[in-house]
Design a protein around this ligand. Structure first.
Ligand code: HEM
Length: 389
C-alpha cells in the first residue's frame, strides 16, 4: 500500500483484496486487514474494539524500525480514548461544537473561498493556494485563533498530522513532536487570554463546557483543539482536491452539475464515497471477535480499508463508476460508531461552498500536473496545478 503506484491508484489493489482476501493477517506486522463494508462497519461499531490500552502502541511506527515513541496519556485526545473517558470528553466537546456554530460559518467560508480564488487568479497550485489554507483558516475561525497567528500555526499543525499515520519517518516523528510542544504552549497562552476575556468561539466554549461539576482540564482542552486541527485540516484539503480531480476526470458529471446545481450536496457525497481522504482506520481488539468464519484473537490490531469498503458491490451498484446522481450512498469515509467524525458537517459545508463558488466562477476546468503525498491514512495530492476559465 505504500508503493508510489498504489498510492496514486490503490483501487485495483482494494478490489483484489475484497475479492480474494477480504480478511487477512499481514506477515509483517500481524495486523488484520479488512476490506468489505459490513465487516469494517461492524468492527468500527463493536464495543469490544477500541484504542490499545497501552500508550506505547499509540502513534506511528518509525520506518527505520526504531522503538515506537511513548505518547503521554495526559496529552491524548478523544480519538485515542475508550469509554468511559471517551464518552465524557466527546460529550463535553460536542456541547461546544454545535451545528449552529458550524452553520454560522457558511458566509465566512464563502468569503474566504472567494478571497483565495481571487488570489489564485484562475491558474496555479490549487492545493497550496486554496485547498490547504481554506480548512486551516476555517478551523482557526471556529476555534478563535486570531488572524495574526494563523500563518505561524498552520505549518505546525501540518507537521503534527504525521502522528495520525501508521508509519512515518524518524524525521517526520521528530517534527511532529516539536510542533506539538510549540502548538501546546501557544494554546495555553490563548486559553489564559480567553479566560480573562471570553469570546463567542469554540475555545471559550470548551473552557466553559461543563456537565454539572465536570469540566475539561486545560490539557484536555489543548489536546482536543489540536485533534480538531489535525483531524479537520488536511482531511478537508484532500476532500477539496479530490473533488476537483474527480470532476475534471468526469466532464459529463461536471456538466450535470452545471445543468442542475441542486446536485451539489450529492456530488460532495459521491466524492467522499469514491475517493475518501481518510483511507484507513484502525482498532484494537479487547476480546476475541468472530468475523465470518474467522476468530480474530483478543490483543490483535485491525486495519479497516475505508476506501475499499466504500466500493463494496454489496452496498453500492457499479461502485467504480463516479456518479453524482446516486441517492442511497452508504459510506465509511467519516468512520462509524462512537468515534464517528465530529467535523463531518463542517467538511461537507466546505465541500459544498467551494464547489458552488467554482461552478459559478468558471466554465472550464483542467489539470496539468499532480503529485502525490507519500501518506496512506490521509491520502491525497500535495500539488495540483489547475487552470480554471
Ligand atoms: C473530509 C474531511 C474529513 C474526513 C474524511 C474525516 C474523517 C474522520 C474519520 C474517518 C474519523 C474516525 C476516526 C476513527 O474511527 O478512529 C474522524 C474522527 C474525527 N474527526 Fe474527522 N474527518 C474530516 C473532517 C473533520 C473536520 C473538519 C473536523 C473538525 C473541525 C474533524 C474532527 C474529527 C474529530 C474530533 C474526530 C474524533 C472523534 C472521536 O474520537 O470521537 N474531522 N474523522
Amino acid at each position: 500500500m505504500v508503493d508510489p503506484s498504489a498510492i496514486a491508484d490503490p483501487y485495483p489493489l482494494y478490489r483484489e483484496l475484497r475479492e480474494t482476501a477480504p480478511l487477512f493477517r499481514t506477515q509483517m506486522s500481524g495486523t488484520w486487514v479488512i476490506s468489505g463494508f459490513e465487516n469494517a462497519r461492524n468492527l468500527l461499531r463493536d464495543p469490544r474494539c477500541g484504542s490499545p490500552p497501552d500508550e506505547g502502541s499509540i502513534g506511528p511506527v518509525s520506518i527505520d524500525g526504531s522503538p515506537r515513541r511513548q505518547f503521554d496519556r495526559d496529552n491524548v485526545s478523544m480519538l485515542f480514548l475508550n469509554p468511559p473517558d471517551h464518552t465524557r470528553i466527546r460529550g463535553l466537546v460536542s456541547r461546544a461544537f454545535t451545528p449552529r456554530r458550524v452553520e454560522r460559518l457558511r458566509p465566512e467560508v464563502a468569503a474566504m473561498t472567494d478571497g483565495l480564488l481571487d488570489d489564485l487568479g484562475g491558474s496555479g497550485d490549487f492545493v497550496d493556494r486554496v485547498a490547504f489554507p481554506l480548512p486551516a483558516n476555517v478551523i482557526s475561525e471556529l476555534v478563535g485563533v486570531p488572524q495574526t497567528d494563523r500563518d505561524w500555526l498552520r505549518p505546525r499543525i501540518a507537521d503534527l498530522s504525521a502522528s495520525l499515520e501508521p508509519v512515518s519517518t524518524p524525521e517526520q516523528i521528530d517534527r511532529a513532536e516539536a510542533a506539538a510542544l510549540q502548538a501546546r504552549a501557544y494554546l495555553s497562552d490563548l486559553i489564559r487570554t480567553r479566560r480573562a476575556d471570553p469570546q463567542d468561539d469554540l475555545l471559550t466554549g470548551l473552557i466553559q463546557a461543563s456537565d454539572g461539576e465536570d469540566r475539561l482540564s486545560e490539557n484536555e482542552v489543548i489536546s482536543n483543539v489540536l485533534l480538531i486541527y489535525a483531524a479537520g485540516f488536511e482531511t478537508t484539503t484532500q476532500l477539496l482536491s479530490n473533488m476537483v480531480r474527480a470532476l475534471v476526470a468526469h466532464p459529463d458529471q461536471l456538466q450535470l452539475l452545471r445543468d442542475d446545481p441542486s446536485l451539489i450536496p450529492a456530488a460532495v457525497e459521491e466524492v467522499l464515497r469514491y475517493d475518501p481522504p481518510v483511507q484507513v482506520d484502525g482498532r484494537y481488539l479487547f476480546e476475541d471477535i468472530e468475523v465470518g468464519e474467522v476468530t480474530i484473537p483478543a490483543g490483535s490490531t485491525t486495519l479497516m480499508l475505508l476506501a475499499a469498503a466504500n466500493r463494496d458491490p454489496s452496498v453500492c451498484s457499479d461502485p467504480d463508476r463516479f456518479d453524482i446522481t446516486r441517492s442511497d450512498t452508504q459510506l465509511l469515509s467519516f468512520g462509524s460508531g462512537i468515534h464517528f467524525c465530529l467535523g463531518a458537517a463542517l467538511a461537507r459545508l466546505e465541500g459544498q461552498v467551494v464547489l458552488e463558488r467554482l461552478l459559478s466562477r468558471y466554465q472550464s476546468w483542467s489539470i496539468s500536473e499532480q503529485t502525490w503525498r507519500p501518506r496512506i491514512t490521509i491520502r491525497g495530492v500535495e500539488r495540483l496545478i489547475v487552470e480554471f476559465q
